[in-house]
Design a protein around this ligand. Sequence first.
Ligand code: FES
Ligand code: FE2
Length: 331
Amino acid sequence: MTSLTNVSPQLRRAWHPVGRVESFGSTPTRVELVGDAYVVVRLGDAVKVFLDVCPHRNARLSDGLVTEGCLRCPYHGWEFDADGAVAHVPALGADATLPPARLTAPFTQERFGLLWIAPEEPVTDILPIPEWDDESLTKVWMPPVDIDAAAAQAIDNFLDFSHFPYVHAGTFGSDKDRLVKEYSTERTADGWGFVVQYPHVIENHEDPLVATGEHPLVQDRLMRYDYRVPFTANLRLEIPLTGMVNAIVMWCQPMTMDRTRVHIVMIRNDVRTPADHQAAIDYEMKIFAEDLRVIERLRDKTMPLERGQVHVRSDRHTVEFRRILQKLMEA
Ligand code: FES
Ligand SMILES: [Fe+2]
């Protein structure tokens, strides 16, 4: 039986976000990914990423500091330049021949304001987000959330829609949404993702006209999910009655066997004031907390891909999700 965890080696061949680019400065920061740790630091104008291990005696470089454009190890003061080459070994003096050691650098890129790492040559690219460049929409970033669940479990839950009436009874879930109607799942041409469209109903507690009686509480909502391996999904929500558009993008960073950092941005058309902005974050956090009460308490932190779970017709796209992860395991 194949199963996936946050530290499955095949995840090393994919792109993963590790934080907002603007959150990294000249103070070295340690980030965890697929069981390894990296130091992220701004050297000159560029954000650089290296394995968080000094090649001399394996100290943590993230406990060091930046001096004259170099990263200095906290243990014996060796200095590494922006290319990761040894630039200075204090114990050898100024004109010494330097050891040919070099820090290990993964593949990196910046996209959607996030820093991305692929530990090894990636087999896929990053999911495009069409809403990102739409000037009529506002970006609302959630603070990153560290959870006690696997990245695959968080995305499986984000894609799932038969849990809404139960898990989200305290927010948008509606009793009228229990039956999952027929829907189709379309695999993308490259085979690394899918698109699902699903119309359903919610209780719209975000609509102020519900309180005044001008709008019904239960409203139609269209959902479109774009999934891309391994742990990205863009959920575009539209409510025809209010005209609301909200694309919720979830990117999960598998850190260790048990821990995942979740990066979420909402790209929406109904946020104008700072109060709207905060209300959107608070409501989304409340929904996410409802999910966490379940997914942080699943049996263990593994995702069975082939056998070991019972699927029904309404799980069609989360079965497709498992197939695509299986394809990554075999790539
Ligand atoms: S361990 Fe880094 S300089 Fe010695
Ligand atoms: Fe949920």
